[in-house]
Design a protein around this ligand. Structure first.
Ligand code: SF4
Length: 345
């Protein structure tokens, strides 16, 4: 059994069945989720016989750091993780003025095939397990401490894959990172980024999701959005808007909208107007993102004048707009660039 897939209650039930005491399970859980230890032999306050029993019953499905690339431009670090079956995913450490963010992956590849995304171009291989998701954070946290002296402050589920297509494991990983017995991270420090799958956004609302949600919008008319993001076919803007309105009504969490400007594609004032109309039903923060080309790119980034005019139009409507120039461009670690570049598959 994969020990990292178990909640505290599930692990407790397993260990009671093995004849162990509850306080030993508390200790085991601390090793797993507070200290991030992935070797039973290092859990020195557990008896040798308990450790042997644990080895018989459980294994660790985790990740191994395969290689690292460090940006010379902005201090970001891209890490390739090797998984037990020889496939790779990537995570990125992104420093900014007041935070150090770990961007982590939820799937090997992605089946949603957004046309501007390097991960989408490689197709879907499989979902990551709970341990494979959380252990990217533990590894990035260690690398951060070694390189900068302090750990990760924020996590974004914005790496490879669509997190909501791996709903159960992503939710369990967030539980391990936020629960008091785990990493006790404030939910406000975690952001889940999705291409917008309506039924799962509704489910997030029903499940009382407390972290931030970011929607990759990139176009607010159905024709163009379906061309850019085929997921829009089954989740058109009306369905997405209904799901987001429901999500806001239930959680009162402000929604982030991610919009990457592509030259001559979605960067006109009319496109900005469409986005402003789309966001009328719920409060939003809009992130306008500079496009990062990758080797399969068919797009270019918008020129400066068009970019500024787009942002100014939204600001005139009193919308909260932040401009994001992606970090890690020189290491292909920026938004939409994660693929098998350093993953020697
Ligand atoms: S942008 Fe996100 S959802 Fe779209 S293909 Fe890339 S990883 Fe998948």
């Amino acid at each position: 059994m994969d020990i990292l897939s178990l909640s505290y209650e599930e692990l407790l039930a397993q260990c009671l069945e093995m004849g162990e005491k509850k306080f030993r399970v508390e200790q085991l859980y601390q090793w797993l989720w507070q200290k991030g230890v992935r070797n039973f032999d290092e859990m020195l306050n557990l008896s040798k016989s308990f450790r042997e029993q644990l080895k018989q019953r459980f294994y660790f499905q985790t990740v191994r750091v395969d290689s690292q690339l460090h940006s010379k431009e902005d201090g970001s670090t891209k890490v390739a993780f090797r998984l037990h079956d020889g496939v790779f995913v990537e995570g990125v450490l992104i420093p900014s003025k007041d935070r150090l963010t770990a961007c982590i992956s939820s799937q090997v590849g992605c089946g949603l095939a957004c046309t501007f995304c390097a991960t989408g171009a490689q197709g879907f291989t499989r979902n990551l397990s709970v341990g494979e998701i959380t252990d990217q954070y533990f590894a990035l946290n260690e690398i951060a401490k070694e390189r900068s002296g302090h750990g990760v402050s924020n996590i974004v589920y914005m790496g490879m894959g669509e997190p909501l297509q791996n709903y159960n494991n992503v939710m369990k990983s967030i539980a391990r990172l936020t629960e008091a017995k785990g990493q006790a991270m404030a939910p406000s420090r975690i952001t889940l980024s999705t291409a917008g799958i309506a039924k799962f956004i509704t489910q997030l609302a029903d499940d009382g999701f407390a972290c931030n949600v970011a929607i990759s919008l990139h176009a607010a008319n159905n024709g163009l959005r379906t061309k850019l993001m085929p997921v829009n076919k089954a989740n058109d803007l009306q369905k997405l808007s209904d799901a987001l309105a429901y999500y806001y009504e239930k959680t009162h969490n402000r929604i982030s909208i991610e919009y990457t400007l592509l030259k001559g594609v979605n960067d006109s004032i009319e496109h900005a107007r469409e986005m402003a109309d789309f966001t009328k039903r719920f409060p939003v923060k809009i992130n306008i993102i500079e496009y990062n080309a990758h080797e399969h790119s068919q797009f270019e980034k918008s020129d400066k004048e068009t970019f500024n005019a787009f942002v100014a139009f939204l600001e005139r409507l009193n919308l909260i707009v932040t401009v994001r120039y992606s970090k890690g461009k020189d290491i292909q670690g920026a938004c939409g660039q994660l693929a098998k570049k350093i993953a020697k598959q």
